[in-house]
Design a protein. Structure first.
Ligand SMILES: [Zn+2]
Ligand SMILES: [Zn+2]
Length: 167
């Protein structure tokens, strides 16, 4: 039991969400970015962006579509997709491509974390491990590079899918 556990698992939303801009700040930035691009903020764009912000993390365009459609049946999938693309261009969301194929999005600016993806149920567990972070810096140094970003993705079966077995 004296093995050091350094990995932080963000099971409580407040942990991973620390550093996240408030909804108001986030939408404000969106409007400013749109203006810079000569685009208008529209009620529909706002509605989609707000729904995305509310839904949390690792959202696919499909899931966002399902959510927005409930409140506004007239919104088309293409509009959802374009708005997500726009949010990405404005650097307000980051796009993830886990193995399943469809892109997933999360709010940019949240606390840095990496991902474990369950290959059976699709559960995504967020974690941060200082050793992995340090190791990557060390590797970069060894090869004379500087890092701008990294992605660590672990794949396997989550605890539930392993049948609750503890080993
Ligand atoms: Zn699972
Ligand atoms: Zn994440």
């Amino acid at each position: 039991m004296n093995r050091r556990r350094e990995t932080l698992v963000f099971e409580h939303p407040a942990q991973a969400l620390s550093g996240r801009p408030t909804a108001e700040e986030w939408i404000e930035t969106f409007h400013a970015q749109l203006k810079e691009r000569g685009l208008k903020s529209t009620a529909q764009r706002d509605e989609i962006a707000q729904a995305f912000y509310r839904m949390g993390r690792h959202i696919s365009a499909e899931e966002l579509y399902g959510e927005v459609k409930q409140a506004n049946p007239h919104v088309g999938y293409a509009t959802i997709y374009r708005t997500l693309k726009l949010l990405k261009e404005c650097e307000l969301v980051s796009e993830r491509h886990f193995d399943e194929g469809q892109a997933r999005y999360e709010v940019l600016g949240e606390r840095h974390h990496d991902h474990f993806i369950c290959e059976r149920c699709g559960r995504i567990i967020e974690f941060e491990n200082p050793q992995i972070e340090r190791l990557q810096q060390a590797i970069a140094q060894e090869i004379g590079a500087s890092l701008t970003r990294h992605k660590v993705e672990l794949y396997g079966l989550c605890r539930d899918c392993r049948g609750g077995v503890n080993k």
